[in-house]
Ligand binder design. Sequence first.
Ligand code: HEC
Length: 137
Amino acid sequence: MNRLFFLITIAVAGTVVVATAFAQQHRPYNQIMKDVGYTFASLKKNLDANSAAAAAADAAKLEGLFTETEAFWAPFDTKDAVGFAKNARDAAAAVGTAAKGNDIKTAQASYSAIQKNCASCHFAHREETGKGFLIRP
Ligand code: HEC
């Protein structure tokens, strides 16, 4: 009986810890990244097609997603990751401004600036396992 009580206590404590971690994480990180990947591909397609309005909409969505990315990294105190997320958000804002002004060339340049930050953050903080990706804070 005592042993059972002990196990239940452990199970409850474990649930609380996991629940707290998830509450702080807002939504699973890979969902944010999947949205980022999808929106970033759509942005490229729209820029290449000179669809300025659609590109501006994608850029605005990316801004929000990178704000979410930054919020995820902030509690780890992983300063370079927070910086990559911030730079990516600023570059997304620049894409949006240029696209709204119908300046696709400048928008493409800022698109490349976003991409640099994807690559830098993945190089430093993403681990390929063969079955998927892991976060390396
Ligand atoms: C601040 C760091 C950071 C930035 C910036 C970042 N990523 Fe990621 N990304 C990660 C980490 C860490 C993972 C691995 C964890 C995961 O998959 O959830 C990841 C995973 C991914 C995945 C795989 C998602 C899955 O699990 O299926 C895609 C796709 C992706 N990123 C696309 C992008 C693109 C495109 C950009 C830029 C437009 C970008 N990321 C910017 C950190 C970042």
